[in-house]
Design a protein around this ligand. Structure first.
Ligand SMILES: [Zn+2]
Length: 294
């Protein structure tokens, strides 16, 4: 299937306005500190979300900061447990690059109350994941499969969408309420409650979200990437690459057990196409920037 068959539409003047290149300015290199929430709120960009007019309402806005601190601290604790054994790839150039692309994407969503942090993990596994509170990781195995910055943006935007919608955090909060209802003494012990939340989150990451949340993150992610000036069809090309992987491979086992089949995700995205997204289905000026970064 060629690109035109995915999102076939003329490039409108409106679409051209979307294609301003992502900013090339250097940003300071910061590795995520998975065990320390004290850095929350230090690097927030208050730039208003731009572009894509009528699609703005498709990505949920969630107002208010109530509970954000607990979300960030819990997310960091969950990430510390899940990623404890997975080292961050010691490649400052790539880490800086992925943070640059990720932060540019994160500016396009409504949530400005979390400290977004992006990292590439040094593992051949093929996966990406988000944690409550703004930590987004992609594995070196998945990063190596990507052939354009548009595809990197598609992957990161999907994960940003999970955080923006609080997909994981909502599930964890529901499960916490159930646990507290069954053990009222637990609620009086903040340390035990925090440990319970971290445990619930760790299990959720291993089990995955329900399919509807994954399809929603795909749809939101395409809009977020297009708002930032990226090719709106890049998620489809990433999913085609995932579909071509061997399902029995241990490096892809977690990805396939926690997400719907790539073919189903492609079909759902095709159904969600709009004229605006079709107009944005062209490679961005930054597409080739990933070369030399892999
Ligand atoms: Zn997902």
């Amino acid at each position: 299937m060629n690109r035109g068959a995915r999102f076939a539409a003329p490039l409108l003047a409106f679409g051209l306005a979307l294609l301003a290149p992502p900013p090339a300015r250097a940003q300071s290199f910061q590795l995520p500190n998975f065990g320390d929430a004290s850095k929350s709120g230090t690097d927030q960009d208050k730039t208003a979300a731009g572009g894509l007019g009528g699609l703005l309402g498709q990505v949920s806005g969630l107002a208010g900061n109530q509970g954000t601190q607990e979300e960030v601290q819990s997310g960091d604790a969950i990430a510390a447990t899940v990623l404890g054994a997975a080292p961050v790839w010691r490649n400052p150039k790539v880490q800086n690059y992925v943070n640059l692309v990720g932060r540019n994407l994160a500016r396009q969503v409504e949530r400005k109350d979390v400290p977004w942090r992006f990292a590439v993990l040094d593992t051949p596994s093929v996966n990406a994941m988000a944690f409550p509170g703004g930590i987004v990781v992609i594995t070196r195995g998945l990063y190596a499969l990507l052939s354009s910055e548009d595809e990197l943006a598609a992957v990161l935007a999907h994960e940003i969408a999970h955080v923006n919608r609080r997909h994981q955090w909502k599930v964890i909060q529901q499960q916490k309420l159930v646990a507290l209802a069954g053990n009222t003494a637990l609620g009086d012990n903040p340390e035990k409650t925090a440990s319970l939340v971290a445990d619930l989150g760790t299990r959720l990451i291993a089990r995955g979200l329900d399919k509807s949340a994954e399809f929603e993150a795909d749809r939101d992610g395409v809009v977020i990437a297009a708002r930032a000036g990226y090719d709106s069809s890049a998620m489809i090309s990433v999913l085609e690459k995932l579909a071509a992987l061997k399902p029995g491979d241990p490096d892809t086992a977690l990805l396939f057990s926690t997400h719907p089949a790539p073919e189903d995700r492609i079909a759902a995205l095709a159904e969600a196409a709009t004229p605006d997204l079709e107009a944005a289905a062209v490679p961005s000026p930054a597409a080739a920037r990933i070369r030399g970064m892999q």
